[in-house]
Structure formats: C-alpha cells, structure tokens
Write a new protein. Sequence first.
Length: 130
Amino acid sequence: MWGLQHILYKHLTQKKNIITLMFLYAFLNLLFVSVLVFINFQETYNDIITLDFFEVSVILFIVIFTIVISNYIFQNILKNNDTYIITALVYSSPIFTLLISYFFLSENIDFLGILGVILITSGIISIAIK
C-alpha cells in the first residue's frame, strides 16, 4: 500500500498544487480521526486533559517538522524526480531510527537490527545508482 501511496502522490502533484493537496489530506485525516475519537471518547478525553507542557511541545514539534515541513519537501521533491528513487530514500528511515534510538533512548541494538539496516542501506544504494 505504501508504494502505491507515493505513485498516487506523484500523480496528484503533477495536476494540483501541493498546498491544496496537503490541506485536503489533513482535512480528510481529521474527519477519519474524529470518528476514532468518537468511538474512544473517554480514553481520548482522559489523555488530553492530562497532557503536560513538555508533551504538548513534543506533539507540536512532530506536527511542524515531521508532518508539515517534511511532507511539503517530500511532495516537492517527488513532483520533479523518479518515484522509485524518492521512495527508496524515504524508506531509509530505519537507519536514522536505529541511530537516534541508540543515542537518545539508550535502546539496545542487536545483530539482526544492524544486519537489517545494512541490507536496507545496500538496497537504497543499489536503487540510487543509475
């Protein structure tokens, strides 16, 4: 499904303004998430009223940098480049996740995790080389 998502993004960015598409994605996402909130209202409400300043700051950071800005950059790059190369780069995130989780969350890295990242990196390099 995720691979199809990038192809559809590219198709839409060729025809429509990226900001318009981002607005529509966010609007429709809000509609569908609202249904989930309605179904799980009490749990959602309890979580929201117990948020502290740090948690709100983290959520705001995630929204601004990993959703809004990264999506805008991604869609602009996707609009003008080959889909398969951009998708390969997007899915290189396990490399960064592994490193950040090790350094900032003190998570253990096992052999299979390192091997997986090496294989992902090798695949990305293979795809990117023309």
